[in-house]
Write a protein that binds this ligand. Structure first.
Ligand code: NAI
Ligand code: MG
Length: 361
């Protein structure tokens, strides 16, 4: 039976980078006889401009029907001042994440040896870095109710949000993390603030309860402030990290920068059946949109993750990752990862180089 892939280019650099990933998918599709059937729909600013909504019902319906989704990026100054905040492009993304219950966000941070000079950390601290941050994506303080800004009796205003996780929400993200650790180097560090926040006392308890089911995985706990410090002090001590929505947002961006470029980092957001949405970690880069200079590799690597995690085509995923490594070996670099002595190439050139590497491999 064929597998349905929904492509959501989005806006900004989204369409430019997604078109390159699509070329790569087309090649592996025929090379490995995958039987993927791709469809496309609008989301974010592009959908707002066409339909007046960042997540039209037709797009959500297609996303629900698909086996996996590949997304570019959304957002930009063009839509930042929309009166109704619900119509902003980013709401399209949040709507997809919550509408599809994509609670498990996997964000690898890998330092390619060819790009070691791009990291802000010393080579001995960071060379060979390969960690995975598992972030809860549909709960916690970003979604907790009640929330808002209210006026007190004395006329002063106060803003408030609610940090809440149920045991079942913790259990399902912990399961993703334990399983991921099992497939990697079998070390899981859970990050919380259990010295201050009750919600994370429960978080810690639930992980401890589950640990006996994974005797092969070494579980540890760390407070988030220390985790932030350790990530820049000695990041290679980690294998898999698991944490809630807000801490994960911050830590995964920090981890991303250890690798030198946000243009290289893919991500996956999974539901309980491993159906997922795959997208680069970066945004729509409005500052460079339309110039043909964006790095398409994060999106191409997201397509590889999609093949691996949702569509069970590990061999095709390996081939894409090897092709990416090959083009880096050839010295091809988009502007964001360029350094002296390498060859600066356009978005399209980079995409086509990956295609060529795949065809020869
Ligand atoms: P951004 O990730 O779009 O850009 C940050 C910086 O990195 C910019 O200088 C940009 O040119 C550069 N950059 C990003 N991706 C690149 C690539 N593939 N190749 C080369 N350079 C790249 O983050 P920013 O500027 O904070 O946000 C811009 C817009 O994107 C905002 O509207 C924001 O809300 C949205 N956004 C969307 C996300 C998504 O669609 N998942 C995630 C983050 C932000
Ligand atoms: Mg973020």
């Amino acid at each position: 039976m064929s597998q349905q892939v929904l492509i959501l280019p989005g806006d900004g650099i989204g369409p430019e980078i997604v078109v390159e990933a699509q070329k790569v998918l087309d090649v592996v599709n025929s090379k490995f006889n995958l039987g993927l059937v791709c469809d496309e729909a609008l989301v974010g600013g592009a959908a707002y401009d066409e339909f007046g909504s960042p997540l039209p019902e037709s797009t959500l319906a297609k996303a629900q029907a698909a086996d996996a989704i590949l997304l570019g990026a959304v957002g930009g100054p063009k839509w930042d001042n929309l009166e109704d905040r619900e119509l902003r492009p980013e709401k399209g993304l949040l709507g997809l994440r919550s509408g599809l219950e994509l609670f498990g966000n996997l964000r690898p941070a890998i330092l390619y040896p060819q790009l070691a000079a791009a990291s802000s950390l010393k080579p001995e601290v960071v060379s060979g870095l390969d960690i995975l941050i598992v972030r809860e994506l549909t709960g916690g303080i970003y979604f907790g109710q009640p929330r808002g800004i209210r006026t007190l009796e004395n006329g002063e205003r106060e803003g408030f949000n609610t940090y809440v996780y149920s045991e079942s929400e913790i259990r399902r993200i912990a399961r993703v993390a334990f399983e991921s650790a099992r497939k990697r180097n079998k070390k899981l560090c859970s990050v919380d603030k259990a010295n201050v926040l009750e919600v994370t006392v429960l978080w810690r308890e639930v992980l401890e309860q589950m640990a006996p089911e994974y005797p092969d995985v070494e579980l540890s706990h760390m407070y988030v402030d220390n985790a932030a410090m350790q990530l820049v002090r000695a990041p290679k001590q980690f294998d898999v990290m698991v944490t809630g929505n807000m801490f994960g947002d911050i830590l995964s961006d920090a981890a991303a920068m250890l690798t030198g470029s946000i243009g290289m980092l893919p991500s996956a957001s999974l539901d309980k059946n491993n159906k997922g949405m795959y997208e680069p970690c970066h945004g729509s880069a409005p500052d460079i949109a339309g110039q043909g200079i964006a790095n398409p590799l994060a999106t191409i690597l997201s397509a590889a993750m999609m093949l691996r995690y949702s569509l069970n085509h590990a061999q095709a995923a390996d081939a894409i990752e090897a092709a990416v490594s090959d083009v880096l070996d050839q010295g091809l670099r988009t502007a964001d990862i360029y350094s002296e002595g390498t060859h600066k190439v356009s978005t399209q050139h980079m995409g086509e180089a990956v295609v060529a590497a795949l065809q020869k491999g």
